[in-house]
Design a binder for this molecule. Structure first.
Ligand SMILES: [Fe+2]
Length: 190
């Protein structure tokens, strides 16, 4: 995934230390019991503080391209407490889904729009829309349903912390109601 840019060894050491300290703090917050929304908000604040150190997550080592990219920064051997830097290109969308594990997501750079849904007898209903910019983020409980769009013009770069690595969790996909499709004009206009 390395794009050939120069890795600054001091920055690498600094990032390892910062990631380790943040994960230790967040691990203490989530503990070993049930994770609730208030806990996740505290975790998000700590994650946002890490995301604010943008120089540690630069494009030289974590380049994005035309396709979404996930760089695993650290996770437990069993996939627990998985911290990733994700790069989503402009125009990226993800249809409604639930991760099957809790998550906190903090923007490092760029803009990403998260639409939150609830299930109703009529299907999915939009209940909120959150715009992630540097300093902002969102938390998701395992069953929370969200959809994602990157309006551009640049990519969105985000730190994601999952209770369990996304590829190990029982992710569930949902069909987006047609009338709630992302408006193409907005995607292009940014
Ligand atoms: Fe997601």
């Amino acid at each position: 995934m390395w794009d050939g840019g120069v890795i600054d060894p001091l920055r690498l050491v600094e990032r390892i230390a910062a990631v380790g300290a943040a994960r230790a703090d967040m691990r203490a917050m989530v503990g070993s019991g049930r994770v609730d929304r208030d806990t996740l908000e505290a975790v998000l604040a700590r994650l946002a503080a890490l995301a604010a150190r943008r120089a540690l997550f630069g494009t030289g080592e974590f380049a994005g391209g035309d396709r979404p990219a996930r760089f695993v920064l650290a996770e437990d051997a069993d996939g627990g407490l998985a911290l990733s830097l994700v790069v989503h290109p402009p125009g990226f969308t993800a249809e409604p889904h639930a991760h099957g594990t809790w998550a906190a997501i903090a923007a490092v750079e760029g803009v990403e729009v998260h639409r939150l849904y609830r299930q109703s007898p009529r299907g999915l209903e939009v209940i909120d829309e959150v715009v992630l910019r540097p300093g902002a983020g969102v938390v998701l409980m395992p069953d929370d349903i969200h959809a994602v769009r990157v309006p551009g013009p640049g990519p969105a770069r985000l730190l994601q912390l999952h209770g369990l690595a996304p590829h190990r969790a029982p992710r569930q996909e949902y069909a987006a109601p047609v009338e709630q499709a992302w408006p193409a004009a907005r995607a292009e206009a940014g």
